[in-house]
Design a protein around this ligand. Sequence first.
Ligand code: UT7
Length: 329
Amino acid sequence: MTQPISKLRSVVVGVGSYLPERRVSNADLEKFVDTTDEWIVQRTGIRARHIAAEGETTSMLATKAAQRALDAAGLGPNDIDLIVLGTSTPDFTFPSSATQVQAALGMTRGVAFDVQAVCSGFVFAVATADKFLISGSHKRALVIGAETFSRLVDWKDRTTCVLFGDGAGAIVLEAQEGQGTVADRGVLTSHLRSDGRHREKLYVDGGPSTTGTTGHLRMAGKEVFRHAVGMVTDVMTDAFAATGYTAADLDWFVPHQANERIIDASAQKLGIASEKIVKTVCDHGNTSAASIPLALATACADGRIKKGDLVMIEAMGGGFTWGSALIRW
Ligand code: UT7
């Protein structure tokens, strides 16, 4: 008789998020940007975004989301031995924002570091933390996506500034014994990709080693759009192939929230039913690495995502970077 092989899995035991207080509607933007609510809604599905207050930094947003995720898990900061924070808008060039979160939480053990994969940052952070946890080297991880893109956009460029917002979301992953089958709870598979040849389509025109300034976000929107659907559906197809699951098996599809048209086209291409899609782009705009954990937190809080559900996350962003992860909640 074959014995079931036990295997460590990274299981979600807590979720939290935080949005800055200030909500900016499309109508608010119309007052200082040459744009219209109609254009923004029609092209993107975005109706509002939250903008960080003066002095409110990425690590502050991240700390609030992380504290909420810890509270939801019933854990304290020293129950955690790993923080992986996805961000492209760190408080400082160094030290990492993750170490600032570590200090703010009062966590005095373990290790904290940032990963930088722009809008794919949270998927990259989940995949990274998963590899630490399933190796047995670490027991519990805070995985965070946090951004203040309002500081990176050029508020005089209407083609980009209307798209982005600020926020943070976090999950706690815990290493637990599974059976080694795809019926286990936890991260079942993850698939990361990048292709640096696409830099000029989505980049920031500054940095410590070039201009010595932070710079501003620049995007060839149409070009990015053109690549996005193919790239994210490729890595979701990889996740299905690795597990044997199909679109019909998913309970929830929680994509990166950049543009409602990209989300719908990706779901349609893979035959994911529209009622399974979690969309928050309407209220949050594109919060880059924060968008998926913000959407996860929303769908957990309103009772949609429940223990045992099969959840697909995916994202694509500057680099290009792209990736997916299939998680049994
Ligand atoms: O998260 C990382 C990944 N990023 C993305 O996924 C973003 C991908 N790209 C997109 O979401 C879309 O390409 C955009 C929303 C950025 C743009 O939508 P589009 O349908 O590709 O529009 P477009 O860039 O072709 O612009 C169409 C028109 C232009 O006018 P003309 O040249 O046709 O007269 C623009 O000048 O819309 C104009 N326009 C605006 N009008 C009002 C551009 N921005 C605005 C604006 N308000 N804010």
